[in-house]
Design a protein around this ligand. Structure first.
Ligand code: MG
Ligand code: MG
Ligand code: MG
Length: 306
């Protein structure tokens, strides 16, 4: 298609990234713009696949990079380090995001919606409402799934009243029991058995760069931290490979217990001193009670002592 506008979320896509890209395309179409296309920058995880299967729809097309001058809309991220290869030379028409704004710059003016909500889809939900555009079952399921995922069924400290309200309204439209559906969806994402350790440390990994410190915070959801820690040795090997490959100062893998809302971290790198300022590592690990959010809890843990 001529002048096709690509919509995508971050690398190592999560449910919000995939669902919000799809929903933004639907919203654009319902708003009379027929030249947008949702795409993705990586594999769909099992939690997201559960949502796509539930709706009987295909994942967006996979792209690796964007060409110079390509028109794009970013959802669920803004940092170039988390975006498509070539993003520096693309034409960013808009951003819809709920993260800090960092390492982001454009040559031209753009639409930028930033809200400190728990989920990008909550922002999109409000767009539908504000524009008076009808929400149908498909986009309702996509948005409520994204909200459940990002807020861990409202248990994450990132969750706001806006997210709770949006999810409940959407559940009514979709005729879904939020608790039941949400737990099944989250559990689908905790099935880690057929992932290699290399895949596990990349499944939901974010590249971050602050004050000259290059680090990654990766997260896996589980119903048993113990089960994942059985693979600690191999996970550490995979983490060390990532550190070498990407020239990182620090790599933190958070293994998050979605039922009890705690995390165990494995931290490696030449700057683990940053982590050790706030928690004591034993055998490269530490148990962090009540910690589930990368954005509100894990990233601040690092940034505070940079
Ligand atoms: Mg995300
Ligand atoms: Mg998100
Ligand atoms: Mg997440």
């Amino acid at each position: 298609m001529e002048n096709e506008i690509l919509i995508f979320g971050h690398k190592n896509p999560d449910t919000d990234t995939i669902c919000s890209a799809l929903v933004k395309q639907i919203l654009s179409e319902k708003d009379g713009k027929n030249n947008t296309k949702a795409v993705r920058l990586g594999n769909v995880n099992k939690e997201t696949q559960y949502v796509l299967n539930y709706l009987g729809i295909e994942a967006p097309e996979l792209i690796e990079r964007v060409e110079e001058g390509q028109e794009v809309i970013l959802v669920d991220h803004n940092e170039f380090g988390q975006s498509a290869e070539g993003i520096e030379n693309a034409k960013i028409l808009g951003v819809i995001d709920h993260h800090r704004i960092s390492n982001f710059e454009t040559k031209e003016p753009l639409y930028y919606t930033a809200r400190p909500y728990g989920c990008t889809s909550t922002i999109l939900y409000k767009d539908f409402v504000q524009k008076g555009i009808q929400i149908e079952r498909k986009e309702a399921v996509l948005m409520l799934s994204a909200i459940v995922s990002d807020t861990l069924l409202f248990k994450s400290p990132t969750c706001t009243e806006h997210d709770v309200k949006a999810a409940n309204e959407l559940a009514k439209i979709a005729n879904i029991n939020l608790e039941e559906y949400g737990l099944e969806m989250l559990k689908a994402g905790t099935d880690l058995d057929d992932f290699s350790e290399e895949e596990l440390v990349n499944l939901d990994a974010k590249n971050l760069d602050s004050k000259g410190v290059k680090y990654v915070i990766a997260q896996v959801n589980t119903v048993s931290i113990e089960d994942v820690l059985k693979r600690q040795e191999k996970l550490e090997e995979a983490i060390k490979n990532e550190i070498t490959k990407k020239g990182l100062d620090l790599f933190v893998l958070a293994i998050t217990d979605i039922l009890n809302s705690n995390s165990e971290i494995i931290a490696l790198g030449n700057r683990i001193d940053i982590i050790e300022k706030s928690c004591k590592l034993e055998n490269n690990t530490a148990f962090l009670e009540g910690v589930v959010s990368r954005k509100k809890q894990l990233i601040p843990l690092v940034e505070k002592y940079l």
